[in-house]
Design a protein around this ligand. Structure first.
Ligand SMILES: Cc1cc2nc3c(=O)[nH]c(=O)nc-3n(C[C@H](O)[C@H](O)[C@H](O)COP(=O)(O)OP(=O)(O)OC[C@H]3O[C@@H](n4cnc5c(N)ncnc54)[C@H](O)[C@@H]3O)c2cc1C
Length: 377
């Protein structure tokens, strides 16, 4: 989400923009990873909080069906939040269309391997694909890998976190087949632990998701759990009544590694005003909780020419829970795209940009920067 939003923003501003994607589908966890729920752009108390490309992507997620953006989304008052489920396949097709028409140079099946450094400044990235190993030189690079892989390899200090075993997959059961709406087919099997560690299988350990061995173990253990689930269902219902349809094409880690930025957004900083705020995100779990995102949380320490976006911006604890989800990832992606554009045009690296210039661009797009800028409930 972050990479797509950053690429859309920068290409639309007229910059030569390459989007490097190791799979063959844009969208990361939201599409390839089958996490097909667009969480709210509102605070659950009648106030829209997040705008811009994040909102555009919400509409793209359901553009080619099924379902709609909930109309009463903004007005919901209860603690149970509404969400917009989408078909990952439809969303991928809609994103292909948007990226292509915006002039993004899309490199699929291409692994970003090593940053190319000139001292502490990143100047390019070595990528590998069917053509071999190639270097892409860039005035500015956005790390939207979800795991801060580029920042880490460039030598930026990073923070790691743990993940409970979990797997979401799309399956089908006889009840869904009898349904009249395609929406029913989007129902997920959600096995394993949630982020609070509830429903964790017995004897299951935590995974950091930052070593090759751990990623393989996490994925294989998740799939084993899913198979056990289907074996049980098929014994009672039959093989034609309940079966898996689509499995995630990337490991479903929530929080692996993020940058240690020039500022780290921390627990209990909802409602906190930041002079360099680049916009707002809502807490998807708690109605009324709104977070300002400081620009410095996108800037890695010690490295120039690089921005982080999405679930690898600098945040900890509760703040990471809020900034890692789809609407927030898309939002910080757009801001990284704006900063990259300003940096490429001015020759000033992102860490040395004046946040006021980014805020001016955001204000021109009618994106609120501070909590006091949005309508009262
Ligand atoms: C089990 C689970 C449930 C969740 N539930 C929800 C939910 O209900 N709603 C919600 O909004 N969010 C949910 N989330 C969180 C959300 O899905 C993600 O945090 C969010 O989509 C992250 O977006 P991102 O762009 O930051 O990163 P990612 O989605 O991780 O995208 C990173 C992209 O970079 C690519 N990439 C990585 N490394 C390289 C490389 N070296 N070279 C080239 N390409 C590379 C990847 O292929 C991917 O496309 C959930 C997450 C999990 C794991």
């Amino acid at each position: 989400m972050a990479g797509v939003a950053a690429a859309l923003e920068s290409a639309r501003a007229g910059l030569k923009t390459a989007l490097i994607e190791k799979t063959i589908t844009p969208g990361g966890l939201a599409t390839t990873g089958l996490i097909n729920i667009y969480l709210p752009l509102c605070d659950g108390q009648g106030r829209q909080v997040t705008y811009g490309i994040s909102e555009e992507l919400l509409h793209l997620s359901v553009k080619y069906g099924p379902g709609n953006v909930p109309v009463d989304w903004a007005h919901r008052q209860s603690t149970s939040r509404l969400y917009a489920p989408f078909s990952p396949a439809s969303f991928i097709l809609a994103m292909d269309e948007a990226l292509t028409s915006s002039g993004v140079d899309i490199w699929l099946d291409t692994l970003a391997c090593s940053p190319v450094m000139d001292g502490s400044r990143i100047t390019g990235i070595e990528v590998e694909n069917k053509s071999g190993r190639i270097c892409i030189w860039a005035k500015c690079i956005v790390d939207a890998t979800g795991d801060a892989d580029i920042a880490f390899r460039a030598g930026a200090p990073c923070t790691e976190a743990d993940n409970w075993l979990s797997i979401w997959a799309i399956g089908i059961s006889a009840e869904q087949m009898e349904g009249t709406s395609g929406l029913e087919l989007l129902d997920m099997y959600r096995l394993g632990g949630d982020n609070a560690g509830i429903n964790v299988p017995q004897n299951s350990q935590k995974y950091s998701g930052t070593s090759g061995r751990e990623v393989s173990r996490f994925v294989l253990e998740g799939r084993r759990l899913l198979l056990e689930h289907y074996k049980g269902r098929q014994e009672s219902q039959g093989r034609n009544e309940s079966f898996p349809v689509t499995l995630p094409g990337m490991a479903q880690f929530r929080t692996t590694r993020c940058i240690k930025g020039e500022y780290t957004l921390k627990e209990y900083q909802q409602d906190r005003r930041f002079e360099d705020s680049i916009g707002l995100v809502a807490d998807w779990r708690k109605p009324g909780y709104i977070w300002e995102i400081p620009y410095r949380s996108l800037i890695p320490q010690d490295i120039q020419g690089l921005l982080a976006a999405g679930r690898c911006i600098s945040s900890t604890g509760d703040a990471w829970e809020v900034t890692r989800v789809i609407p927030a990832a898309a939002f910080t992606g757009q801001v990284a795209g704006i900063a990259a554009t300003l940096s490429a045009k001015s020759g000033v690296t992102p860490d040395a940009l004046d946040p006021a210039d980014i805020q001016k661009e955001l204000a021109g797009k009618r994106i609120p920067l501070h909590i006091e800028d949005i309508n009262q409930p």
